[in-house]
Design a protein around this ligand. Structure first.
Ligand SMILES: [Zn+2]
Length: 310
C-alpha cells in the first residue's frame, strides 16, 4: 500500500496562498484499489504533476464541507467515471457533503453523485465498501456533521482525524489504528478553535498508540516553523514514529511493519509539458492526441452519438 500526499497545507489561508499544496492525499493499492481523500483545490492538477492518474481511483472521500477539503471532488468523480459515461467507484463523506446540512453543502451535485455508489456517513457508523469497512469518526470543527474515518482492510486500520480539535472522545474513536493521520494546524501547545496543535497530537498519539503517526494539513505557522523538526520532537516525546508530510511525499507501507515506511519524494513530471519552448509544444501536440484516443476522450463527439457511429 502507498500513502501519497498531494497537498499538505491546511486552513483557508494556506489554501488561498498555496504556500503548500491542498490536493489531499491518496491511499493507493489498498487491496488493489485507490482512493482520493479530501481533494482540495488543485487535487486534479497535483495528481498529474506527481505522475499519478486520476482515472484509476475507485473512491473519493470528503470529510467536511470546507473548500480546502472538497473543492476538486466533482472533477475527480468525472475522472473516476470517465467523464460520467460509466458507473464506477464510491463517493463517501459527511452528510453536509452529500446531502447538505443547514448552511453547509451539499458539496457534490446530484449529477455527480449519479454514477457512483454513495455512502453518507454519520459519527460511529460503519459501512462496507469494496473489500474494506469504513467507520466514521466524530470531529469537533466548524462543520457540525464533519467526520474523519477509520478504514479497516483485513484488520489493518488506517485512521484519519480530518479537521478537529482534540476532545476526550477522540482517542476512543481512533482506537486500534495502525496508522494515524491527523490534521495538525499549529506547532507547540496552543491550538486554535476547531484544530489540533502539536501538543494535542502528542496526547492523541499516546492514547491511540499507533505504529506510525503522520501530520498533515499544516497551517502557516507550522509551515514556517520547520514541521520536520516538530515531528522529530513528537517522535522523541511519544516513542512513536511520527512524520510531517510534505507535498509529493509517497510512503510505501508494509502491512507487517507499518512503522518503517519507505519514503520517496515524487518529482514534478509535468514540468516539461508546461514549457513555452517550441520543441515541447510540438512534442505535446503529437502526444496529446495519441493519449486522448487511447483513453477514448474525444470531446468533439458526445458519447451518446459516438455509439451510433461505431
Ligand atoms: Zn475544515
Amino acid at each position: 500500500m502507498k500513502l501519497i500526499f498531494l497537498g499538505t497545507g491546511g486552513g483557508r489561508f494556506s489554501a488561498i496562498n498555496q504556500r503548500r499544496m491542498t490536493g489531499g492525499f491518496r491511499i493507493d493499492n489498498l487491496g488493489g484499489k485507490n482512493y482520493h481523500i479530501d481533494p482540495g483545490p488543485g487535487a486534479l492538477v497535483r495528481t498529474y504533476q506527481f505522475g499519478l492518474d486520476p482515472r484509476n481511483i475507485n473512491g473519493v472521500f470528503v470529510s467536511h464541507a470546507h473548500t480546502d477539503h472538497y473543492n476538486d471532488a466533482e472533477i475527480l468523480i468525472e475522472a473516476m467515471t470517465r467523464g460520467m459515461t460509466q458507473n464506477a467507484g464510491y463517493i463517501m463523506g459527511a452528510k453536509s457533503v452529500i446531502s447538505g446540512y443547514e448552511q453547509w453543502g451539499p458539496c457534490i451535485s446530484a449529477y455527480h453523485q449519479s454514477k457512483s455508489r454513495v455512502l453518507e456517513l454519520e459519527d460511529n457508523e460503519v459501512k462496507a465498501f469494496q473489500n474494506c469497512l469504513i467507520k466514521a469518526t466524530p470531529t469537533n470543527h466548524g462543520d457540525p456533521v464533519g467526520i474523519g474515518f477509520q478504514i479497516d482492510y483485513r484488520d489493518f486500520k488506517i485512521s484519519y482525524t480530518a479537521d478537529t480539535s482534540y476532545f476526550p472522545e477522540l482517542p476512543k474513536a481512533h482506537e486500534g489504528a495502525d496508522i494515524l493521520i491527523a490534521s495538525v494546524l499549529r506547532p507547540g501547545g496552543k491550538a486554535i478553535r476547531g484544530h489540533m496543535c502539536s501538543g494535542d497530537f502528542v496526547k492523541l498519539i499516546k492514547e491511540v498508540n499507533p505504529k506510525l503517526a503522520i501530520m498533515t494539513h499544516l497551517g502557516l505557522k507550522m509551515i514556517s516553523n520547520n514541521p520536520i523538526a516538530e515531528a522529530k520532537r513528537i517522535t522523541r516525546n511519544t516513542g512513536i514514529k511520527t512524520l510531517a508530510a510534505f507535498d509529493g511525499l509517497s510512503l510505501d507501507i508494509n502491512f507487517n511493519n507499518p512503522g518503517r515506511p519507505r519514503l520517496t519524494s515524487l518529482k514534478d513530471v509535468d514540468a516539461p509539458y508546461h514549457g513555452s519552448n517550441n520543441n515541447l509544444s510540438r512534442f505535446e501536440r503529437k502526444n496529446t492526441n495519441k493519449l486522448a484516443i487511447k483513453h477514448g476522450e474525444i470531446d468533439e463527439i458526445p458519447p451518446a452519438y459516438r455509439k451510433h457511429q461505431d
